[in-house]
Structure formats: structure tokens, C-alpha cells
Design a protein around this ligand. Structure first.
Ligand code: AMO
Length: 429
């Protein structure tokens, strides 16, 4: 018999259901089990006298084992769980569980050691469903706008962002690097005539930082598009993509997110507020008496981001805010500059940076000069070639999916949010 999902059971129809045994309760005349599959849970009620063989099969079986029952679903006003129960006529234990190494009091590191068990909770299941819906909404928006999804290499010959936080990999008799970003290749796609592209893929950063927002491997949502007039076009696109993603999550899971995470998913209004870095510094000083430290001048840091989130909320009633006009010394060489000001932005959501975006320098001579200025030589030679034989003006952005979902659900850290977290001290499971 084919398996039926618990949510699709029809009253009094013979069916087979399979899933995890969430609870088993043995009473005088009855055994009550709760079975859970991807669609929901149901109470399985076993009359001990009438089903001695089933009861025998359950001997020594504990919750967390995997079982299949055949029988019928009936409605019952006595059952709290949705007013239905399953009356089985046969049982097969598909996999029996050892006693669980984890309970509700386990700390996050123990939970990560047994992440597959930790992810079984309703809350963590929902968290991954939300991440999937978020990406799906964003992807559908782009495909609809005629963007092409590409897949760029993650093993590369040269660092793509700053050289300091790149992982080295032994590559036969030479050294390769793990891509920190698809930056160079998404621009290559523009030089290839693809005009509008995106990629959703891992990015690696050898950052030895243990913050709630850093991981050594994250999923980057990258786009690049040609024939923009300025980085403002990129910002407009990002607003639309985020609205599409958040709307999809809200439509599918808004109520469940409210119930399990106590968070309202707010669909942002357009345009998102925008502010120049120098003006922001003044506001942060005036309102919160915050002074950016000397070494961060021209840039942001975690505290400034946090206060910027507060500022956006208080002044604009908005969760998002674009910050522009960073110092050229603090931005990548490939950002186009106008009067020495990089033509790009960071997007802050709820006080955390989620994106860097920019118009790129597509003029070979200027780009070469900017690379040299940053001390980049041989490493970017291959990349510079992309601009030698004609390349349209273009821009794009990179968005961290993990940070996005973490902030959307109000989770305290990427450790909680990621399917599997990778950090300086964690390579397992
Ligand atoms: P940037 O380095 O700012 O820009 O990264 C873009 C976005 O990626 C996410 N991110 C991270 N998430 C988790 N852990 C990390 N260690 C981490 N590092 C970055 C953040 C960040 O905003 N090439 C440019 C993008 C572009 O211009 O298109 C780049 O990589 O959400």
C-alpha cells in the first residue's frame, strides 16, 4: 500500500501512514502513540486486547523511532489533537531509536552536535521552510524579470574579495582558494552578454570571528545586471526582490511564524530610506551620542549598524535603510567611483548589514588603476581581461541568505538559523 500523508487522511478509508513516533503512552487498556510526518501529527490509538501483536512489536520501542501503521482515521471528539485518531490494524517498525542524547534544556553547542535531532522540532522545521520560501519568492521574482541563474566555480585561483580572509586549498601541486564571493564571475557573465544574472551558492570566509552574524560558509544570493544608469537601479531591484521573498513567506507561513517565533513579518514599503554615511554619523552622534572610532571612519561597524537600525525605525518607521557614500579606502576596488565616492551601498535590516551592492567600474583603464591603488596585481590580471573587449556598464549586489532568515525570524544567531553552522571551531557534523 502507498503511504498517505497525515494531513491527507480521509475518514474511514484504509491507509498507511509513516513517520516518527513522537510520544508513546501505555495505559491499562490502550497504547496511545503520536506519529509525526512532514504534514502534521496524529494520535494512533491501539486497543491492547484486540491488537496483541501490535503491542508486542512496540515492546522496547521508544519515542523517536520510525514506524508505519496501516488502518483507518476516524473522527473522535475525545481526541484533543485535531479531533481525529488513527485506529491501526498493523504496524511495522522501520527504524528503532536509541535513547536520545538531547533534551529541551540542551545548550546550542550540544544541539549542534546532534543537529539532525535538533532540527526535528516544529520550530526548526518551520525555520527551514521559511528559508526555502524566502529564496523561492526571490528567485521567482528574478526569473520572471528574465534573469538567468548561473553557477560559478567555488575553487578559484585568486582571492575575489580581500586577500586576508580566504581559505587556501591544496590543489594538486599548487594552491587554490575557496571563493569568498562569485563577484568576478558574475561580472564575467555580464561581459559574456548575459545582461541579467543571479546565483544562489556557498561563499567562504576565513574570518576567525565568533559573532552571532559570522560563519565561515554562508549562502550568498548574488545578482548582477547590465545597462544600469547608476547603483540606484540596483537598490530599486533589491527592494523588489526582498518584498517578493518576504511576501511569499508571509503568505505561506505568516501565522505559524507569529505563533512559534512571536514575530510579525512586515512587508516593507518602497522606497526604503536612504542616507549618506556622513549624514548618518551626524545623526548617530546627535541622537545617541555615538562617535565612530578612528579606524572605522568611512565605514560602519556592528555598533553603528545596530544604532542605524534604531535610527531607521525611530525616524522613518522602517526596518530597512540603505547607507551610501562610504570611503573609497573601505570599499572594494571594483566599485565605480564618482568624484572619488564609491557608487554603492550597504543595506541594513533590523540593525544588521545584509547586503553590499554597487555599480561596478567597467572601464578597463580606470579599473586597472583602482586595482593597482589597492596593491592588487597578478591576482586580478585574469579578471581585468573581462573588461578589455567591451563590457556594458553594470552593477549588482550580494545578500547573505542566512542573515536574512535569522533577522526575519528574530533568531539570536546564525548557529540557530543555519541548516548546519560552520565556524572557526566547528566542522562537524
Ligand atoms: P560582502 O563581503 O559585503 O560583499 O558580502 C555580502 C553579504 O554577504 C553576507 N556575509 C556573511 N554572512 C555570514 N557570515 C559571513 N562571514 C559573511 N560575510 C558576508 C552579508 C553581506 O552583506 N562581492 C560583494 C557583493 C557585491 O558587491 O555584489 C560581497 O561579497 O549578508
Amino acid at each position: 500500500m502507498k503511504r498517505t500523508l497525515i494531513s491527507e487522511l480521509k475518514e474511514n478509508e484504509e491507509a498507511k501512514i509513516s513517520g516518527f513516533l513522537e510520544k508513546i503512552r501505555d495505559t491499562k487498556y490502550m497504547v496511545f502513540a503520536v506519529l509525526k510526518d512532514m504534514s502534521g501529527t496524529i494520535q494512533v490509538s491501539i486497543d491492547k486486547e484486540a491488537n496483541k501483536d501490535l503491542v508486542a512489536k512496540l515492546e522496547g520501542i521508544i519515542a523517536s523511532s520510525v514506524a508505519s501503521f496501516t488502518g483507518k482515521m476516524v473522527k473522535s471528539e475525545y481526541v484533543k489533537q485535531g479531533g481525529r485518531e488513527f485506529i491501526p490494524t498493523s504496524l511495522e517498525i522501520l527504524s528503532s531509536s536509541a535513547s536520545l542524547p538531547l533534551d529541551a534544556t540542551a545548550n546550542i553547542d550540544t544541539r549542534l552536535d546532534y543537529r539532525w535531532l535538533d532540527l526535528r522540532s516544529d520550530k526548526n522545521n518551520l525555520m527551514l521552510l521559511c528559508q526555502s520560501a524566502l529564496v523561492d519568492g526571490m528567485r521567482k521574482y528574478l526569473v520572471n524579470e528574465k534573469f538567468t541563474e548561473i553557477h560559478t566555480p567555488k575553487l578559484i585561483g585568486a582571492a575575489s574579495e580581500s586577500g586576508s580572509d580566504v581559505f587556501e586549498v591544496k590543489y594538486f601541486d599548487r594552491t587554490a582558494y575557496l571563493a569568498q564571493s562569485p563577484q568576478f564571475y558574475k561580472q564575467m557573465a555580464i561581459a559574456s552578454g548575459l545582461e541579467k544574472i543571479f546565483e544562489i551558492a556557498p561563499a567562504f570566509r576565513a574570518e576567525n570571528s565568533n559573532t552571532n552574524r559570522h560563519t565561515t560558509e554562508f549562502t550568498s544570493f548574488d545578482i548582477e545586471m547590465a545597462y544600469i544608469d547608476s547603483y540606484l537601479d540596483v537598490m530599486d531591484l533589491e527592494e523588489n526582490i526582498l518584498i517578493a521573498g518576504l511576501t511569499n513567506v508571509k503568505n505561506l507561513y505568516g501565522d505559524a511564524v507569529k505563533e512559534l517565533f512571536n514575530v510579525d513579518i512586515i512587508i516593507p514599503t518602497k522606497p526604503f530610506p536612504r542616507i549618506k554615511l556622513q549624514d548618518l554619523y551626524q545623526e548617530l552622534h546627535k541622537r545617541y551620542n555615538y562617535e565612530i572610532p578612528e579606524h572605522d571612519i568611512g565605514d560602519m561597524n556592528a555598533e553603528a549598524e545596530n544604532l542605524t537600525g534604531r535610527f531607521a525605525k525611530e525616524v522613518y518607521g522602517h526596518e530597512f535603510i540603505f547607507v551610501t557614500d562610504f570611503a573609497k579606502t573601505k570599499r572594494a576596488f571594483y566599485h565605480m567611483r564618482d568624484n572619488d565616492i564609491p557608487q554603492g551601498y550597504d543595506l541594513i535590516w533590523k540593525g544588521t548589514e545584509i547586503t553590499t551592492g554597487a555599480q561596478r567600474e567597467h572601464r578597463f583603464d580606470v579599473l586597472e588603476k583602482q586595482a593597482k591603488e589597492k596593491g592588487l596585481g597578478k591576482d586580478v590580471e585574469f579578471y581585468l581581461q573581462f573588461f578589455k573587449y567591451g563590457c556594458p556598464p553594470h552593477g549588482g549586489f550580494g545578500l547573505g541568505i542566512d542573515r536574512l532568515n535569522m533577522l526575519m525570524l528574530g533568531l539570536p544567531s546564525l548557529k540557530e538559523e543555519m541548516f548546519i553552522f560552520r565556524g572557526p571551531n566547528r566542522l562537524n557534523p
